[in-house]
Design a protein around this ligand. Structure first.
Ligand code: AHG
Ligand code: MN
Ligand code: MN
Length: 344
């Protein structure tokens, strides 16, 4: 096709499906199951995107009237997204077991030949659903450790973040995007609703080494530890911008592209922080590292944390490497400080 024709009818670009297929060709022994699994997730994302976009028009906003296992009020869309993703994963057949923020126990798909386990936060940022603010989905994919042919086990689900084979998120924002990694860089795709396809829009995302955005819920500042308080003060002294949407995916996505740090620290109300290691932190930690950034629990590499239960929480420091290093520096000073009641 000559240049002239290109100008008359611009090429639409690379679809997610084609991109996944091409990547698969880089691995000569790949069987295509992971590729299929990623496509299943993309399909569920399109359906959830549809439900979200018309949520103001049909009766799917507001509370569902039940609490989830974490004692949090479930929104109708939390429940709908949970059903949609689990159904897509079950139908796909590549996944033996799913764990979800919205379900107390492991979900066995009945597809015991499946080689993979998925951890998912089907809808992140629930408090923003009813007010038309960006929300998201977060997922992690692990290879099962137990032999195929039987149900997945707790050990299959409770693997360290370093063992993820893929992770990603969908942001339902001013546009809908899917961002994922399989451990060879991070790529972002934007949804073109009229064609029903995700197109590669952000190839090879890298995050700035440093940045000038800090994202933390300062309403809880009274219960921050000394180290966190001092780090927040440091951000102010540097004239950083404070940005906090209250949807982790949206806060993370902005900082990934622009440079910055997101923190959900331990507080008096949530001594281990609020965010869940398996459904939220690990996936974003894998992505940020693949983009050249850093994620920590304040003192230690997040991906190295040994999970002990499905729904456990952990303090979360993630973003540009220089800023996470700086936060860790304040936290280390704090932990080596002489406790107040022992001071002379
Ligand atoms: P979820 O909607 O999946 O329960 O997650 C909500 C999380 C996260 O998205 C957000 O960053 C955080 O809660 C906000 O918490 P605060 O309101 O305490 O700041
Ligand atoms: Mn969440
Ligand atoms: Mn959620």
């Amino acid at each position: 096709m000559d240049h002239h024709q290109d100008r008359l009818a611009l090429p639409v670009g690379t679809t997610l499906d084609r991109f996944i297929m091409r990547k698969q060709e880089d691995f000569p022994y790949a069987t295509g199951e992971l590729s299929q699994l990623l496509r299943d997730i993309a399909l569920a994302a399109k359906i959830v995107n549809r439900e979200i976009n018309r949520s103001g028009l049909i009766d799917v906003t507001g509370a569902y009237g039940q609490q989830n296992v974490q004692g949090e009020e479930q929104q109708k869309l939390d429940v709908i997204a949970n059903i949609r993703f689990i159904r897509a994963l079950r139908n796909g057949g590549e996944v033996c077991t799913v764990i979800s923020e919205e379900e107390e126990d492991m979900i066995q798909t009945g597809k015991n030949q499946g080689k993979y386990v998925v951890a998912i936060d089907p809808l992140d940022g629930s408090s923003n659903i009813d007010v038309n603010v960006s929300i998201g989905t977060i997922f992690s994919i692990y290879r099962r450790q137990s032999p195929i042919g039987q149900e997945g086990t707790q050990e299959d689900c409770l693997q360290k973040g370093v063992h993820q084979v893929a992770a990603g998120y969908i942001i339902y924002g001013s546009s809908t995007m899917l961002v994922y990694t399989t451990g060879a860089g991070v790529n972002g795709f934007t949804y073109e609703a009229s064609l029903g396809e995700f197109f590669l829009s952000h190839p090879n995302i890298t995050t700035p080494q440093s940045g000038s955005i800090y994202s933390i819920n300062e309403g809880s500042a009274n219960s921050f530890s000394e180290g966190v308080k001092q780090f927040v003060q440091y951000c102010k002294d540097q004239n950083f911008s404070a940005r906090y949407i209250g949807s982790l995916v949206a806060d993370f996505h902005r900082n990934l592209l622009k440079g910055g740090i997101y923190i959900y620290p331990a507080t008096a109300k949530s001594p281990k922080g609020k965010l869940r290691l398996m459904y939220e932190c690990n996936a974003l930690a894998f992505i940020v590292e693949q983009a050249g950034g850093k994620a920590s629990n304040g003192t230690k590499r997040l991906l190295e944390m040994e999970p002990t239960s499905l729904h456990e929480r952990c303090p979360f420091y993630i973003g540009s490497t220089d800023l996470v290093d700086k936060a860790e520096e304040f936290l280390t000073k704090e932990s080596s400080a002489v406790p107040v009641d022992e001071q002379a």
